[in-house]
Design a protein around this ligand. Structure first.
Ligand code: NAD
Length: 209
């Protein structure tokens, strides 16, 4: 069914996954502040309820706040049925929960998604290690805040943009990837080397699988 692009948020039904924290929470608050009815889900039930209460407390409309694990097919089906029964089709769906993956939606198989989710679970991260703490501090100094990311996401989404940059770093990295692939490959090798030193368990799990 063809639906016109969404140009403004007032009265629209917006579903957000990963809404209990970070970017998911920020995009949900942004939409609710502008009059959307937000439908929220996350695997963390307690934090999700807190976010829903906070949005209601500032005058926002929460249609649904229902915990679900997006890596569990049955739970996703149940959630979709519940939200659709309560509010009909969504105007916007923001799938924020999860981890980064490269590739077009069409080129990725179910097993790719499965493997990514399991790798994270199996490997875990030693959050107390000095190298990790140092890298996290460095990242936090450079990274854009969830609120700034949310603004960029909504600015792009309401212009019907498929591709949205949330920071200059990412815009430059993508430019390099398109127009100077060898430079991008070199930058990624350096980045991977650094990441593997900070998170050795992830590399070990990747090699073992
Ligand atoms: N491509 C990029 O440049 C880039 C940059 C930053 C973040 N991201 C991605 O954006 C997403 C959100 O980032 P964030 O900083 O807000 O992270 P975050 O950890 O603050 O929020 C992620 C939320 O997703 C929820 N979640 C995780 N697994 C889930 C599951 N299986 N089912 C349901 N909910 C689940 C968590 O409980 C959490 O509330 C992440 O997937 C992250 O990888 C991408």
């Amino acid at each position: 069914m063809f639906r016109a692009p969404v140009r403004e948020l007032a009265g629209k039904n917006v579903l957000v996954t990963g809404a209990a924290s970070g970017i998911g929470r920020a995009v949900a608050e942004y939409a609710a502040d502008r009059g959307a009815v937000v439908h929220l889900t996350d695997v963390q039930a307690g934090r999700l309820a807190e976010v829903a209460d906070a949005i209601r407390a500032r005058g926002g409309r929460v249609g649904t706040a229902e915990a679900a694990d997006v890596s569990d097919h049955e739970q996703v089906r149940r959630l979709a049925a519940l939200v659709t029964a309560q509010a009909g089709p969504m105007d916007v769906v923001l799938n924020v929960a999860g981890i980064a993956i490269w590739g077009t939606v069409r080129s990725l198989e179910h097993e790719h998604w499965q493997r990514l989710v399991e790798t994270i679970r199996i490997a875990g991260i030693d959050q107390q290690s000095k190298a990790f703490v140092r890298a996290r501090r460095h990242f936090q100094r450079r990274a854009v805040s969830p609120e700034r990311a949310a603004e960029a996401i909504w600015r792009g989404a309401l212009r019907n943009r498929y591709w949205i940059y949330t920071s200059t770093d990412i815009r430059l990295a993508h430019w390099l990837q398109r127009y100077f692939p060898p430079g991008y490959a070199l930058a990624m090798r350096i980045f991977n080397y650094g990441a593997n030193r900070v998170l050795p368990a992830v590399e070990q799990a990747r090699r073992a699988s």
